[in-house]
Ligand binder design. Structure first.
Ligand code: CUA
Length: 331
């Protein structure tokens, strides 16, 4: 028994997790999972019927080998008639199964894209080679609050994502909360997400978009609405006053591409870094967020993520250390 349990455990261990369609944590992922489960059951039933029919036919053929040799034609005809009577049953099972699947697929699709009441929150997510620009509509001011590579969602509320792309086609996919949807330059695709289970999930660009497509991950946090509102308010706040050598080096070497709200830095080519140290990962899921990794990324981006738009900025070790220290303080 324990061996069987072990086999079942090993088979199912891959199904749970933070990047899995088989462990839904939201309404849309739940609708897709139900459709998947139904498809497995229906296809399993059709397979069983077809395999049983084939087995029965083979068995009959094997049984009548000797009968044919004796020239007993009656038995042969009887078997043929029985096989003919079986055919409508097999065909009927297949037609019924496929009809059930088509109907369920239609309703799953409607559940995903049903026009609901106004969403609780609007978020713009834009794919870049190879990172995600994430902007939240500020409920207070109506303006946009920008961050990158991390998406926070209020638990139990419907969020409408406006998906776009800045360069090539990317695809938004966070399997635990919703199905994938392409991000196409010059077009906005809307995706509603109602996340139900709090926790961290992992999203991944699902459309090949160049050399570092595999390093285009998105950290997703589903949290209770109060915690989400507190987080969003913190994100909306500008960074503290820029002071010290790190801030000075940043202003000359990095500010052309990166913004830190509240300071003079307003570049838009790369991710907004106003609260960069508060994120879980760096370079779209490539590195965990630590001061050491920040410094490594600043000095050797092409070694860590070859082809990235982030250039290797020629900084002295002391300057690189100062900038990393400054960024590590931007919580
Ligand atoms: Cu972006 Cu693949």
């Amino acid at each position: 028994m324990s061996a069987r349990l072990l086999v079942a455990y090993l088979l199912l261990i891959g199904c749970a997790g933070t990047q899995s369609t088989l462990d839904p944590g939201g309404d849309q992922a739940g609708a897709l999972f139900s459709l998947f489960a139904l498809t497995m059951w229906v296809c399993g039933a059709i397979y069983t019927v077809v395999a049983a029919g084939l087995g029965w036919a083979l068995w009959q053929a094997w049984r009548r080998r000797g009968v044919d040799a004796r020239g007993d034609g009656d038995v042969t005809h009887r078997t043929d008639r029985r096989l003919t009577r079986l055919l409508p049953f097999v065909a009927g099972t297949i037609v019924l199964g496929l009809t059930v699947l088509i109907t369920a697929s239609f309703f799953a699709d409607r559940a995903l894209f049903a026009t609901r009441a106004a969403p609780a929150l609007e978020v713009r997510v834009t794919g870049h080679q190879w990172w995600w620009r994430v902007e939240y509509r500020d409920p207070a001011s109506g303006g946009w609050i920008e961050t990158a590579n991390e998406l926070h969602l209020p638990q139990g509320q419907t969020v409408r994502l406006a998906l776009g792309a800045a360069d090539v086609i990317h695809s938004f996919w966070v399997p635990n909360v919703a199905g994938k949807l392409d991000m196409i330059p010059g077009r906005t695709n809307l995706l509603d997400i109602t996340a139900r289970r709090a926790g961290w999930y992992r999203g991944q660009c699902a459309e090949f978009c160049g050399m570092q497509h595999a390093h285009m991950a998105l950290a997703v946090k589903v949290e209770p609405p109060a915690a989400f509102r507190a987080w969003l308010a913190a994100q909306a706040a500008p960074a503290g006053a820029a002071a010290g050598r790190g801030a000075m080096v940043f202003a000359t070497a990095c500010a052309a591409c990166h913004a830190i709200r509240g300071t003079g830095a307003g570049g838009r080519a790369g991710p907004d870094l106003t609260h960069v140290a508060g994120r879980r990962t760096l370079a779209a899921g490539t590195l965990t967020m630590t001061r050491g990794n920040l410094q490594g990324w600043i000095t050797q981006p092409q070694a860590i993520k070859p082809g990235t738009s982030m250039p290797a900025v020629p900084l002295t070790p002391a300057d690189a250390d100062a900038v990393a220290g400054y960024l590590a303080g931007l919580q």
